[in-house]
Design a protein around this ligand. Structure first.
Ligand SMILES: Nc1nc2c(ncn2[C@@H]2O[C@H](COP(=O)(O)OP(=O)(O)OP(=O)(O)O)[C@@H](O)[C@H]2O)c(=O)[nH]1
Ligand SMILES: [Mg+2]
Length: 427
């Protein structure tokens, strides 16, 4: 699965290892990444945004003790690629679930209904499948045959022409099941007819989860398909099928994630057990194919902590400059959104959302201000007279008061630390 994408990434990393770390090597690496992703049919705009972020982070990252440049590159690509595929998440099921599968003809809904049923049954759920496709001749037989192999119950009818009746009766007969999967039809005269039926079923039965099934071979076109369905029903998640038979799988996955939807499952073959719960972090880890990715991430984290410990020492000794302050802000940004950081901190009080918002605006402003200063000004803020403050305010799109506020806060912080040291109220 996705062998070419894996190969491409591996080659890019290997090349980076062989060459020296210079301007040319970084440029080559970025080009290699672009080529690999474009080949996997990832949308060009998405590719360029992605590689721009990787390049910026590669250039701006400071050296970490014991971490090679290649390792740093792997970490950055891993993190950015995980983001590209939607971050870190997991499907949550309720005590009772009605999961409706929708998607165009041949996307793999019927096959997937049995795969999913079997997957959930193996995890302790009681499952029933409703076959609501009244258009495809033999749809009921198709699903019954597949389901029989794994001992799943199917409700359907060969004669009933109204899918709503089938679903209504099916839900009654499966009222004791914890998961009911509804397989819908994909074969219609045209797209409007398909959407109309999907909408009718959706509004009448209100499924707890609607999964859109998309065939990976359409690559980046998955974006438009996902959008079209999302305009008709509330799509709770996406399933990408046939990842085994295409070089365009990466494009389909990235496109699905780009719509903001979560890809919950991937399907990698015709066999019933060829289903996998999708988790971007794990998936990218495997894609990068590094044996001990976890170990590497841990080592980088430790190295980062070590560096920031050195900075703390600097703060305590009073040698802390605005340049260090800027680095602190940037390090914090790297950790993730402020809400998440605050969530992770073992604080005894709950921090107000508004306060976090205010702090976010302020750090952004401070960063802009410090970036508009010259290196000398950052080290020695006493240089900042009225003219310079004015220049910085204009350069950073802030006001002179903002600049003065920052300087005041910075000085206060330093005084506080000095005072704290004197009173041995140290950390
Ligand atoms: N290689 C491969 N084939 C798959 C996969 N999933 C489904 N298929 C095949 O794709 C074809 C279409 O699958 P179906 O499950 O019938 O698709 P559908 O969405 O129900 O189609 P309609 O009922 O016509 O809307 C079948 O031949 C399946 O065996 C997969 O992950 N990999
Ligand atoms: Mg079908």
């Amino acid at each position: 699965m996705l062998e070419e994408l894996k190969e491409g990434l591996k080659n890019a990393f290997d090349k980076l290892l062989r060459g020296g770390v210079d301007e040319k090597a970084i440029k080559e690496f970025i080009l290699d990444l672009q080529r690999t992703l474009i080949k996997a049919d990832v949308n060009a705009k998405v590719v360029f945004e992605f590689t721009k972020k990787v390049e910026e982070r590669l250039r701006n990252s400071s050296e970490l003790p014991g971490i090679s440049f290649k390792e740093l590159a792997i970490k950055i690509v891993y993190e950015e690629m995980t983001q590209l595929l939607g971050g870190d998440y997991k499907l949550q099921l309720k005590a009772k679930n009605v999961i409706m599968l929708v998607g165009i003809q041949g996307s793999g809904k019927t096959t997937f209904s049995v795969k999913l049923g079997n997957y959930l049954k193996q995890r302790g759920y009681s499952v029933g499948i409703i076959e609501a496709d009244v258009y495809r001749p033999g749809a009921f037989e198709q699903v019954s045959q597949l389901a029989e192999k794994v001992g799943l119950n199917v409700y359907g009818s060969k004669d009933e022409k109204d899918p709503r009746k089938i679903v209504e009766n099916g839900l009654k007969s499966f009222s004791d099941k914890s998961v009911v999967i509804i397989d819908t039809a994909g074969r219609h005269k045209n797209e409007q007819e398909l959407m109309k039926e999907v909408k009718e079923l959706y509004s009448e039965f209100n499924p707890t989860l609607t999964l859109l099934v998309i065939d990976a071979t359409i690559g980046q076109q998955a974006y438009y398909q996902a959008k079209a369905f999302a305009e008709t029903v509330s799509v709770g998640g996406i399933v990408i099928t046939k990842l085994d038979g295409t070089a365009k799988g990466g494009g389909a996955l990235a496109a699905a994630a780009a719509t903001g939807a979560k890809v919950y499952f991937i399907s990698t073959g015709e066999r019933i057990d060829e289903i996998e719960e999708f988790n971007p972090k794990r998936f990218v880890g495997r894609l990068i194919g590094l044996g001990d990715l976890e170990g590497l991430l841990e080592r980088v984290k430790n190295a980062e902590i070590k560096v920031s410990k050195e900075q703390t020492k600097k703060i305590m000794s009073g040698r802390f400059t605005l340049e260090d302050f800027l680095q602190q802000i940037e390090q914090m940004e790297k950790l993730g959104p402020m809400e998440k950081i605050v969530e992770m901190l073992p604080l005894p009080v709950k921090v107000d959302k508004k306060e976090i918002e205010k702090a976010k605006v302020q750090t952004k402003r401070w960063k802009a201000i410090i970036l508009s200063m010259t290196p000398e000004e950052r080290i020695n803020p006493r240089l900042l007279n009225g003219t310079r403050i004015k220049r910085i305010a204009i350069g950073s799109g802030t006001s002179e008061k903002d600049v003065k506020d920052l300087l005041e806060a910075f000085e206060k912080g330093k005084t506080f630390i000095k005072g704290a040291k004197r009173s041995r109220f140290a950390f």
